[in-house]
Design a protein. Structure first.
Length: 183
């Protein structure tokens, strides 16, 4: 049997805060559209740090750091991942589109693209919109997006937790970006 020793934190190769700030980021921005759970917000920060994303926009009722419940799950990622609060997600979407950033709502919608089939393009920065835990991404934000991306689901539930959804999308997109750079 192969030895399987769990690595200690000191053995893991991780960036410090300054190295993270200087590191080349993946061309990904997140827009949180009225996310109500502070734990979900913190978890998304932590996942954003893990995948070296560019920025998170916290919109509408989405709470902002510093907050103890965000910190509980972010574990310091609010100090590494750039973020900005905006009252209106539609204004953020409009601003990003003017900067030639491709805006994609992650939602179940007509004419959505399955995450399995989505291939990120080289030299394109993407902004992914994730919505409220109950109502999802607002219809107005879906209307303004360039595309809609959907995660295939096979069970009885109609949705995933937003932090789980964000993790799946970021892992998938970053894996595809890294594979494109290798080829």
């Amino acid at each position: 049997m192969t030895k399987k020793r769990k690595l200690a934190n000191a053995e893991l190769t991780r960036l410090n805060i300054e190295e993270f700030r200087e590191a080349k980021k993946n061309p990904i921005i997140l827009i949180l559209d009225n996310v109500r759970s502070l734990n979900n917000i913190g978890s998304i920060f932590r996942t954003g740090d893990a995948f070296l994303i560019k920025k998170i926009y916290l919109c509408g009722i989405t709470a902002t750091p510093p907050h103890r419940d965000i910190h509980k799950t972010a574990l310091g990622a609010t100090e590494t991942v750039k973020w900005e609060y905006a009252e209106n997600s539609l204004e953020v979407i409009e601003k990003l589109k003017l900067e030639d950033i491709r805006v994609i709502a992650v939602e179940q919608a007509e004419n959505s693209i399955s995450l399995d089939d989505f291939l990120p393009e080289d030299q394109v920065t993407y902004a992914f919109i994730f919505g409220n835990e109950v109502r999802g991404v607002s219809q107005e934000a879906v209307n303004q997006s360039d595309q809609v991306l959907e995660i295939p689901q096979y069970g009885t539930k109609h949705s995933l937790n937003i932090s789980v959804c964000t993790g799946i999308v970021l892992w998938d997109i970053c894996s595809k970006i890294l594979n494109n750079n290798i080829q």
